[in-house]
Design a protein around this ligand. Structure first.
Ligand code: 5GP
Ligand code: MN
Length: 341
């Protein structure tokens, strides 16, 4: 972390400030965990901070300390605009491009507040006044922990902040299985346990709290699984009619794409999901292992991005056309998908 940036941030936080903290659209555990951890930390040192999420978060994050204080731009625009207008500082967490907060981006971009980016995605765009970006770190929560230490506030990390940080570290590393996990990650977990988190309880609240709809959606995705054997690739899809039939709730489809990688020899797994309200809006998730870059593929062909091994994107649909387009494109990557193994 650049020392001079820490000094600048310390100065910005020297006097009481009105602060807005923004996670990305469709926030995940890392986005919500880092945003709430930062909110608690800033409020503990006498700032007035609020988390504004562009839209709703999945139900399995509801237990997070402070979740009930989050304000949602899509359902409470006026309150959000007031907060943004009065903000001295705006922190953007767990994303690298203002496009990731949708309509909110224009208000953030034109606000007088200083913008501080804290993130671990590849290729951060140049929109912030102060940038804390480290693409080697497995989660924004881990990066935020390091930042809190550098700011000299380790003693302010209570069990609530520690739980929020653990949430993002756990969810963004597939429960500590990905190669982004280091000995430092485990050192930090050790410190969070000393701060009083109950890691087994957090795991259960996130992963063993499924609605019946989630399992039905999982079943539907798995029954729509297609293997492109010669490309070491699988794809799945979820149709809007099925989502409706299963009483789909936000979050139900999260992580299902990872099942594709559990198959022997598969290095690229893709999930296509029709928006429940708009069949011409297809959300796509990409996961890979070995050297295949999801981020580049998503960015080049599907208006998206993310990390080397986990990325997202979208397409206009209809879903049959999106899948057809994908199947045509993927053939061109045969060398990358076979020689990288
Ligand atoms: P997921 O497939 O779980 O939605 O997203 C996987 C990763 O890609 C996450 O790190 C997420 O932040 C990123 N991501 C998802 N959708 C998009 C997108 O539309 N644009 C960009 N740039 N990144 C995305
Ligand atoms: Mn993240």
């Amino acid at each position: 972390m650049k020392n001079e940036n820490i000094v600048v941030l310390k100065e910005l936080l020297f006097r009481k400030k009105n602060i807005v903290i923004i996670p990305h659209t469709n926030p995940d555990g890392d986005a919500i965990g880092s945003s709430l951890a930062l909110m608690h930390l800033l409020n503990s040192i006498d700032h007035n901070s609020t988390v504004i999420s562009p839209n709703k978060a999945p139900y399995f994050l509801k237990w997070s300390p402070g979740f009930e204080n989050i304000i949602y731009f899509d359902s409470d625009k006026n309150s959000c605009l007031k907060l943004i207008e009065n903000a001295d500082l705006i922190f953007t967490l767990d994303f690298n491009d203002l496009d990731r907060i949708g309509e909110m981006s224009k208000y953030v971009d034109s606000s007088n507040a200083k913008i501080i980016l804290i993130d671990h995605h590849l290729n951060p765009k140049d929109y912030a006044d102060l940038v804390f970006s480290d693409i080697e770190i497995g989660s924004t929560c881990e990066l935020l922990f390091e930042l809190i230490i550098e700011l000299g506030h380790e003693k302010n990390i209570d069990s609530n902040i520690a739980s929020c940080l653990y949430l993002g570290m756990m969810t963004d590393t597939g429960s500590f299985q990905y190669s982004s996990v280091t000995s430092r990650t485990h050192e930090i977990i050790s410190k969070l346990i000393q701060k009083g988190i109950n890691q087994s309880d957090i795991h259960n609240k996130v992963y063993n709290n499924s609605s019946i709809s989630r399992l039905k959606v999982l079943g539907s995705a798995l029954s729509n699984l297609n293997v492109l054997k010669e490309l070491n690739t699988v794809y799945m899809y979820l149709k809007r009619d099925d989502l409706k039939k299963f009483d789909f709730q936000k979050g139900d489809s999260e992580g299902i794409v990872n099942y594709g990688l559990s198959l022997k020899n598969i290095i690229f797994s893709v999930m296509f999901i029709e928006d429940i309200n708009d069949e011409n809006n297809i959300k796509i998730s990409f996961r890979s292992q070995d050297g295949f870059s999801c981020n580049e593929f998503a960015n080049k062909h599907f208006n998206g991005g993310g990390h080397a091994n986990a990325a997202g994107g979208r397409d206009d649909g209809p879903i049959e056309e999106t899948i057809h387009k994908f199947k045509k494109l993927i053939n061109k990557y045969k060398d990358n998908l076979t020689t990288n193994k």
